[in-house]
Ligand binder design. Structure first.
Ligand code: SF4
Length: 334
């Protein structure tokens, strides 16, 4: 099945947030001024159950979804996540992956692999302990995340992708050390342009380091060349080292928007479906799920939503759009 939207983009990737909670307070995602002790996170009964997530994923699969990414908040905080992975793995999707801050990976990597997880993406914004602690704002040691990456590699959750959000004046000096950390390891670092997701991270265009500048920084020391995408709609632009020691990626939502072949839908932990990372609203699937909707009812809802989709926020981004009441990334995952 190939469900296409108004721009001919097929529904191929489903990102599923399974919790809005996190043990980090990354400044560009969950600044602690807002996500503090008073902040009301989703109560357990509001979260989709693993059965509901698996059933809904099966419905999406019938409509063409082949790749599922589990996100959060921090998904490894959700109790029994391995059970969900096992249920989703039984659907025999083309790809089943998970994005984590790596804090619990040392303990969980082998169990996730045994449950059927294919790969992991680890968010790691600096190799420098002080900068890393400043960015995650909980003083979590970078060495523990590096240990988690090694545990994931040992468990076979490869290739491991590493996401670094680059912010000028904060961690931009860490681009080369991050490239050197992954060079020759098989891990793939993706350098992400700082984005105006949600409306609580104080985004300014001046804080963005364009991908071109990042690539030039690396190329000045290690010659690189562009590589074709693995598939249409792949998020990161691929580059490889000319000496054959691996590849890196850049995610360029600000400088080179890629909405033209965006094939991603996002489901929040409480069952609201969004068709863009920068959406201001979504469609509730929990109520119909719990009210006895059939799979055909759910398919019709998804079909109606996707076939009318026109999203292209990054192409339209301007000063006027930055403060729109966009959904928070910690709520729908990246
Ligand atoms: S801005 Fe929206 S439509 Fe564009 S690539 Fe991102 S998620 Fe897709």
């Amino acid at each position: 099945m190939n469900l296409a939207d108004t721009r001919g983009r097929s529904l191929h990737d489903l990102r599923i947030s399974i919790t809005d909670r996190c043990n980090f307070r990354c400044r560009y995602c969950m600044p602690r001024e807002i996500f503090n002790r008073e902040y009301e996170f989703l109560q357990r009964e509001l979260l989709l159950s693993f059965e509901e997530i698996t059933r809904l994923t099966g419905v999406f699969q019938d409509l063409g979804v082949e790749k599922v990414r589990i996100t959060g908040g921090e998904p490894l905080l959700r109790k029994g996540v391995e059970e969900l992975i096992a249920e989703l793995s039984a659907l025999e999707l083309q790809d089943l992956t998970l994005t984590t801050n790596g804090s619990l990976l040392s303990r969980k990597a082998q169990g996730l692999a045994d449950a059927g997880l294919r790969r992991v993406t680890v968010s790691l914004d600096s190799m420098d302990p002080e900068v890393f602690a400043t960015m995650n704002d909980v003083d979590f040691p970078v060495t523990d995340v590096l240990g988690g990456i090694e545990a994931a590699a040992a468990a076979g959750l490869t290739p491991i992708k590493i996401n670094m959000v680059v912010k000028r004046g904060v961690n931009a000096d860490g681009v080369l050390p991050m490239a050197e950390y992954s060079k020759g390891t098989g891990h793939i670092v993706r350098f992400i342009e700082f984005m105006d997701v949600g409306r609580s991270n104080g985004w300014r265009l001046d804080d963005v380091v364009p991908a071109q500048e990042i690539l030039e920084t690396i190329a000045a020391k290690y010659p690189i060349e562009p590589v074709d995408p693995n598939y249409a709609g792949e998020v990161a632009g691929r580059w490889r080292y000319k000496d054959g020691s691996g590849e890196i990626g850049v995610i360029t939502s600000i400088s080179q928007p890629f909405c033209g072949d965006c094939t991603r839908a996002r489901l929040s932990a409480e069952g609201v479906l969004y068709t863009c990372l920068f959406a201001v609203g979504g469609i509730d699937f929990r109520a119909p799920l719990r009210a006895g909707a059939t799979d055909d009812d759910l398919k019709q809802m998804i079909t109606d939503l996707w076939t009318q989709r026109t999203d292209r926020y990054s192409e339209l981004r301007s000063e006027a759009t930055v403060d729109l009441p966009k959904v928070e990334m910690s709520y729908i995952g990246g």
